[in-house]
Design a protein around this ligand. Sequence first.
Ligand code: GLC
Length: 809
Amino acid sequence: MQYGYFDDEHREYVITNPKTPVKWINYVGTLAFGGIVDHTGGALICKEDPALNRITKYISQLPSSEFKGETLYLRFKQGEGYKVFSPYFVPTLDRYDLYECHVGLGYTRIVSEFYGIRTEATIFVPSGGSREIRDIRITNVSDQPLEIDAIPVVEYTHFDALKQFTNADWVPQTVQSKAYHDENGLLILTQCAFMHKDTRINTFTSNHPVSSFESDRRWFLGDNEYGTWANPLSLQQEKLGDYEAQRGDNIAALLHRLGVIRPGQTTRLITQLGQDESVEKALPVINRYRDPEQVDRAFDELAAFWDAYLSNMQVETPDANTNSLLNIHNPRQCYITLNWSRYLSLYQLGFGARGIGFRDSSQDVTGVLVGAPEDGKELIHKLLQAQKRDGSAMHQFNPLTMVANEGDSREIEGAPRYYSDDHLWIVLAVTAYLKETGDFAFLDEVLPYYEKDREEHPFESGTVLDHLRRAIEFTWNDVGAHGLPLLGFADWNDTVNLRKGAESLFTANLFGKALLEMIELARHLGDEESVARYSDYYETMKRRVNEQAWDGEWYVRYFDADGSPVGSHTNTAGQIYANGQSWPVISGFASPERAKAALEAVYRRLNTRNGIKLSAPGYNGFDPTKGGITTYPPGAKENGGIFLHTNPWVIIAETTVGNGDRAFEYYSQINPVAKNDKIDEFECEPYVYPQNILGDEHPQFGLARNSWLTGTASWAYQAATQYILGVKTTYEGLQINPCIPRQWDGFKVTREFRGAVYQVVVRNPDHVCKGVKSVKVDGKEVAGNVVPVFEDGKTHRVEVIIGEDIQGC
Ligand code: GLC
């Protein structure tokens, strides 16, 4: 069974069967204004924050057939009443003659044919804009004239998204709608919560005269809501009630009488949903997008944005699925995660205080640096302001208020109130940003630490470099009985919550990697004192890890508060953890022998055809001394599931030991593009990585969930581009150090870097995995494998030959 196909030429995935196993979504706009659009036209839209300023009501737990947030009805006369249907399939579920949902870059286009009416609705938010546009072209493809009415509908939520569900009196008492007839004879239907009547008005309008409207769900559905979204009774009447709701469940339904459409004729209806301070302030922009030419221009600008973003790195490898993923879908997903962190998706519902995750977003930054370094920098700015004076970080913050909190650690009394890894990720983000851009002035920018006095003034500020140094010092000083970093509430694995005093090998290794970055930076800045200090920290931590955490065949993952190991062959469940093995290689702590042994153990104990499991065997029952991991059955999520984020780390580790064949095997087995052929097992969108896939201890092995918002996006992109293809930024230039499957003859990469274009052609005549033999730049042989920074706006040809497998793979 397939539900659609990849159309790489148009950079779309085209869904051809609307009954996908779960909703498949796309993102429009950004966190500034935007949200998700599902493949049947439902939409969850918010402005600046899904928790505190949500616009449409989208309840993802409702069955797929249900109305969610937005839809469009069309109708024509039939007998005494009307034939009413939705060209988006949901919620009327009529039989269609054609259904296609084109999932594009920043837009979704639904093309359908029902009853001789073809509809093409393109849904998008203009770049940098704050309007959700639906550009709807309705064509009569029958052989008779048809008189058609179009009724687009929005269902609003209270702006405080959670209150909508926790208070069924206050919410309906406070919301209201009003109709404005503007000077062009067009209607703007507004909605707001009473307390925001002078500050935040939602507007729904179109480019066609509206003959009547409805703003109360009860009157729209009819019969005290015993009318349904599948068959709204008011649509059997010639006119809607023109009711301006003073309370209740607010909607906006605009009835457009499009008149007679002749065979072959097309009418274009453009709707827009926005939020502004007032109707008056909204008018200029409303008028702009009533003009079809302006809408075309906005759509072209959106396409230009994505062109520019993607063109900074394009690849040509012997594997078509890899090309599709690296040229389109993976970088797109990186941009989406940068915008939304783990805040708003079909699965991460954007309620409450989750906001922007410090750890998650720091990792997301690294995924967009090739195409959007400025966006990365902007996010780093925000993240650093959630770092505390002691160098540790708040776990998450609200993007609108910048109020931060300590995440789930707040839920368990007496638990440490910090995560031992959070603050270290920012070191990786900042140094990657510097290598990409050369913007060293950034290190001197002064930014406040999180803590504030009663007037909300920060107690202390420091340069960006100072922030990084404090992050390092925090971990250096926060160690337990083995001299290893204390776990805090958790490390990267949120769900292993051991007793106070437990130590984390993950954090020890992340600390090692952060130290390598700090040493490299200090060396580049000529700061020998810091080089010496951080090298000393590095060697000390390396020794502690190797003296205490080697379990015979692999590294243990934690020491519990009583000193007992977790992730050891002596445990009954959770004997081996993938991160426990990949990270000592990434940190450089593992000797070559141990690196190979640890990675072999991963292959033997954790690899499956659907990806590498996070750990094995699964814990089989709730155990409060282990924490959240034991709330899942074996094989699900962090408890022995294929938690995809960790797979690229193993891939990176395999390239470090020179095993290009295995690295690519791991890469390919999780390539979502390839899942298109086993979609009934996988179920989620094949154009993005999901966060998790059920592992082989679970009866539904292979089933994916929590698509889109996952650190897998950033790390899989890094693993493929920087470690398999081996095109990596350094302070000195662009390093080329591929580690590919030996059967490849070579590959090509076009990479924009510091104001020049590098056209890299790699050849592999000896069929090895790794080992650069020669590098020619613009026809001239150069020493080493780092191509210099040119900053000359020109294109440079880089020819690389790999051979003589020096790493012995
Ligand atoms: C989720 C969290 C992330 C964490 C991971 C593993 O994806 O957003 O921060 O690292 O789970 O527990």
